[in-house]
Design a protein around this ligand. Structure first.
Ligand code: IFM
Length: 483
């Protein structure tokens, strides 16, 4: 349960989920501004218009990170804030916002980790084809280049894309995220163009500043066969693993797509969106691999499933149901409910799956790994004495940090852990209904209040050792700290 010297403990957020100020400082509209105005798309009709008002409260938020003892902060740059239309002119005011943020983080001894794309594509790019257009890959590389020119003297750790599986398969496949398309072939096409965008950005960024560490962040799924002795259940798990995981690292490490993908989707597409030379461009374009881990998955073959396809596949894997399944080629694959407790997202709690996944990704990629997101949403209660006793989030953190420590002890090259999330925020299609924060946000007043999990994490960081659960009470304060 201890961590090596140099291991980085931090927390993560994303621009659209916390910044607010969508119409300020020269920011242009993104696909999430548009999507959140689509009737019925977001629970409660919420949007990121105000969110945590971080755009105005960033100084206080960085001070809070320092008080928490964070050693790293993973944030995302809103592309439409720094380049309002996604091509052409940049917005100096937007760039200055991130530059000041980086300076303050560094002044507080916090390592900045910047993500270039956490789903907020400038709307004019979507109007021109979005991730279905190869031109978007080039636009992304140009934006990435400008960002490292501006911030690369101070930010060493860069992620190009956050969870391209979600951008493509939930955004273009299921229709449950922006831009809300529901089409299997569009999903596969968008995924390929996102990988192309990553690779072109990687090469451009390294050409500008070879010393930078440029990686990609994937949301890993851990599909296990319902009946491991049944070859058809094993094939189902292999298909989901290929779509969710391997598809997003094998092209970068080996210059190939997983062998099962093409035959499994041949009834949908001939993959002509992959042009000669694309995979060659991708090969080798990665320095580190980011793992976002939340839950595990159980799948089985079911030849009678087709009729119930979208509801089963989308709800059981924890994503809000869309018009279609986010898994092209899953006509005979069914997600089963894994046993055990459920978070407020309906996701199961399985730290053993994180441990196994870290070892698997270490074997498959050989790359340095960062756990770039891990956390859980619960229905928190504020007690009258001013405490938020989020014991289930504390246990989740405790057990998952333990899983990371065990994987390191067994040889996985894991270099950091970023809790999701620093504070409650806009949880995409779920709006503000789901709270993942270590810190509570009162959306009426914007008051931030530390939950017990914040105290637990601060003490774990201080000791470089997972705090035993029976010592939690000794590190909390009543009432809890507010900002
Ligand atoms: O809130 C999201 C985040 O933006 C991406 N990864 C998963 C989190 C929880 O759903």
């Amino acid at each position: 349960m201890t961590f090596p010297q140099g291991f980085l403990f931090g927390a993560a957020t994303a621009a659209y989920q916390i910044e607010g100020a969508v119409g300020e400082g020269g920011r242009g509209p993104s696909i999430w501004d548009t999507f959140s105005r689509t009737p019925g798309a977001i629970t409660g009709g919420d949007s990121g218009d105000v969110a945590c008002d971080h755009y105005h409260r960033w100084e206080q938020d960085v001070d809070m990170m320092a008080d928490l003892g964070l050693q790293a902060y993973r944030f995302s740059i809103a592309w439409p804030r720094v380049q309002p239309t996604g091509t052409g002119e940049f917005n100096e005011e937007g760039i200055a916002f991130y530059s000041r943020l980086v300076d303050r983080l560094l002044a507080k001894g916090i390592t900045p980790m910047a993500t270039l794309y956490h789903w907020d594509l400038p709307q004019p790019l979507e109007d021109a084809g979005g991730w279905l257009s190869r031109d978007t890959a080039d636009a992304f590389a140009a934006y990435a280049t400008r960002m490292v020119e501006e911030l690369g003297d101070r930010v060493q750790m860069w992620a190009t894309l956050n969870e391209p599986w979600v951008s493509s398969f939930v955004g273009y496949g299921a229709g449950a995220h922006a831009p809300g398309h529901a089409d299997d072939v569009e999903a596969l096409t968008a995924a390929h163009h996102l990988l192309l965008a990553h690779s072109r950005a990687y090469r451009a960024m390294k050409a500008a500043r070879p010393e930078l560490h440029v990686g990609i962040v994937n949301n890993c799924h851990t599909p296990r066969p319902w009946d491991p002795s049944n070859p058809r259940d094993r094939a189902a798990a292999e298909h989901i693993d290929a779509l969710a995981n391997t598809m997003f690292h094998e092209p970068l490490t080996h210059g190939t797509y997983p062998a099962v993908l093409k035959p499994n989707t041949a009834h949908l597409t001939d993959w002509s969106f992959v042009h000669g030379g694309d995979l060659g461009e991708m090969k080798g374009a990665v320095d580190w691999f980011g793992v976002n881990f939340y839950a595990s998955h159980l799948v089985r073959h079911n030849s009678h499933k087709a009729a119930a396809r979208s509801a089963v596949a989308t709800l059981a894997d924890g994503h809000q149901a869309g018009a279609n399944s986010p898994w092209p080629g899953d006509e005979e694959i069914e997600f089963m409910a894994p046993p055990g407790p459920r978070t407020a997202m309906g996701w199961n709690v399985d730290p053993g799956a994180l441990h196994a996944y870290l070892l698997k990704i270490h074997r498959e990629t050989g790359l340095p790994i960062y756990v770039t997101e891990n956390g859980s949403a619960w229905d928190d209660v504020c007690d009258e004495d001013g405490r938020i006793r989020d014991g289930r989030r504390v246990s989740y953190l405790h057990d998952h940090l333990g899983a990371v420590a065990a994987a390191i002890a067994e040889g996985a090259d894991v270099r950091g852990y970023l809790a999701w999330s620093l504070m409650d925020n806009f949880e995409w299609a779920h709006g503000y209904a789901k709270r993942f924060g270590l810190v509570r946000v009162d959306y009426d007043t914007q008051l931030r209040t530390w939950k017990d999990s914040a105290y637990f994490y601060r003490e774990t960081i201080r000791r470089r050792e997972v705090l035993p659960l029976d010592q939690l009470e000794s590190v909390t304060e009543t009432p809890a700290r507010t900002y």
